[in-house]
Design a protein around this ligand. Sequence first.
Ligand SMILES: C[S@@+](CC[C@H](N)C(=O)[O-])C[C@H]1O[C@@H](n2cnc3c(N)ncnc32)[C@H](O)[C@@H]1O
Length: 410
Amino acid sequence: MAEHPAYPVGLRLTGRRVVVLGGGQVAQRRLPALVAAGADVVLVSPETTPSVQAMADAGEITWTRRRYQDGDLADAWYALIATDDPEANARAGAEAERHRVWCVRADDADAATAWTPATGHSEGVTVAVLTTSARGRDPRHTAAIRDAVVEGLRDGTLVAPHHRTRTPGVALVGGGPGDPDLITVRGRRLLAEADVVVADRLGPRDLLAELPPHVEVIDAAKIPYGRSMAQEAINNALIEYARQGKSVVRLKGGDPFVFGRGMEEVQALAEAGIPCTVVPGISSSISVPGAAGIPVTHRGVAHEFTVVSGHVAPDDERSLVDWTSLARLTGTLVILMGVDKIGRIAETLIAHGKSPDTPVALVQEGTTAAQRRVDATLATVAEAVRTQDVRPPAVVVVGEVVTVGPPTAP
Ligand SMILES: C[S@@+](CC[C@H](N)C(=O)[O-])C[C@H]1O[C@@H](n2cnc3c(N)ncnc32)[C@H](O)[C@@H]1O
């Protein structure tokens, strides 16, 4: 018989009966998508894997605890045959043929009347990849093509412009600590689709170089602010670009809401009636110590970590940090924006009870090619910053976790 290519189609299974025979690994892999498609799934199998059982317990599927019997496929719209009994699979395949039920065979693609494509999702689109014929079937190859397409759409290397009008507005995107690979998939996709990007000094600046030439990149620090505050000028610029109908990405270092003034921008946009979405980012407070081999918590060492801003000295009346209480905590203290004031901070912690020998590490420009780590103690940290010329941006970590990494930690 001539081998014709498979005819691709998208089944709309909502409320329709789908019968799955066999409760092993194949069912475990396929069931979530069938449930997500709204199918009325009946599983026939004497036993199942624990994950499949959990789906039955949760009422997501109906589980009939027995072997396949003739008649099981009579009312099905679609069937997945995946028992460990080849003879039962063959009988079920014949029954499916009799009742004209499209069926996938896990054990015999040639005998099947339907094949499951390698699928992935991106932005409201399902990517499904099938080999053309049974002879050329190479599931790893189809999965690799699926991955390449989905990845490309997500990170913007495969550009598929939307032909519907895009909703103008602002996306507040957390860019992560600096390494361009540490932005989220969503953040990267929004960047690839932006008309205007308003970026901070910190964060994944390398990504800006990859943007297509028509994208306007604005350095937030350079927006002229005249009589208003710098932040107000940024808010106004975001509002203005969005009002021109542009898709604006406000790219911030780390996470927008960790000392990032993100909520001020969200509020300003809300007051101006501009739609705004927030994309979280990997905060430097956890990732930068981690990149330098320092876990912010460690079993038996630190059961808490506290992130504070050190941009004003402890005795400054503008400080909202309770340094006296922090000195009593036994866990890890992570200080952002603290390089300039580290001497006063260390003195205050010691004065309120922290041991002068408490280990301290400063990680400068973490996750970038220029990353460096300087180790000290509370007693010596001010001197270390001076003699080793530690400069912002740096994360300061105070606590025993500084010493738990392997000796060769970066
Ligand atoms: C204004 S705060 C913004 C923090 C950011 N929203 C976050 O979640 O990481 C800036 C401070 O974050 C820290 N920081 C940010 N990126 C860093 C990096 N790559 N290496 C070291 N410190 C960094 C420094 O303490 C810097 O002074």
